[in-house]
Design a protein around this ligand. Sequence first.
Ligand code: NAP
Length: 290
Amino acid sequence: MKVGFIGLGIMGRPMALNLLKGGFDLTVWARRAESMAPLLEAGARGAAGAAEVAAGCDVVFSMVADAADVEQVALGAGGVAEGARAGLIYVDMSTIAPAAAQSISARLLDKGVTMLDAPVSGGEVGAISGGLTIMVGGDAAAFAKVEPLFARMGKAATLIGGPGAGQVAKACNQILTGVGVLAVAEAFNFARKSGVDAGKVREALLGGFAYSRILENHGQRMLDRNFKPGFKAWMHQKDMNIVMQEAHRLGLMLPSSAATAQLFNAMVGSGMGEEDSIAALKLLESLSGE
Ligand code: NAP
């Protein structure tokens, strides 16, 4: 099976490398030469654009930023649809709105391309280790064909439902992780302002009912003041924006998500967009005094 990968950033680069290590014949394309270089050095074939990737492959993955980028990669000039050979399966693993995934999927189907939406959870660490959780929406037969490839990138791939269903699961994931980051940042800021060691608080709480991977991993990085991305604050803002747009569309009350979305808005507005979303702690601290 010939495999393509488009978008080689923090997540896409290690995911594509894991496909290469799995022995798959891989063709890649990224906008910037420096994004492509590590994959070419590792033995992948380079293409001049998305259409060229699609022309030479049976399955093409993309891992770009938001819906406008997926639209451009899939359906824009020089995009996947333009070069697609018959029977192509296109798997977008970026996080975008469910409605956008459904719309792109329907338009690709008109051009003979089957699309799966397959966003992921697990961050850069999961992408490097091949330990991602993959949430999939779309056609069951296409999912079965792509499963061996998912197995190189993730520890679990679940077909949730039809087109867009993977993105619904990812939006649920972002509610839990976004609210979780805010909760840990609030708890640490509370400890600090009370004159108590947040590290000791974390240590104690990890043994109790409030245990979470977010408290364990992100909490440690907060204590280390390590705000290097990881997952950029502007990306989490984008995801909470997706959640709030769906809440508006569906008439849903999501009070915790709304507060979290506001926090990420303020981070981006304060020039912290390129830092990891856990830098939310710094913003809370700056609003709470010494
Ligand atoms: P990133 O480091 O900014 O990488 C995104 C890559 O997409 C960039 O390398 C960029 O290419 C490429 N790209 C963007 N728009 C493009 C376009 N129109 N055409 C071609 N290439 C384009 O971001 P990331 O952290 O890997 O995130 C990628 C996706 O995964 C996002 O949807 C994010 O929400 C999701 N995600 C991220 C994490 C995480 O922890 N980072 C976790 C789960 C899910 P160039 O380098 O050539 O500019």
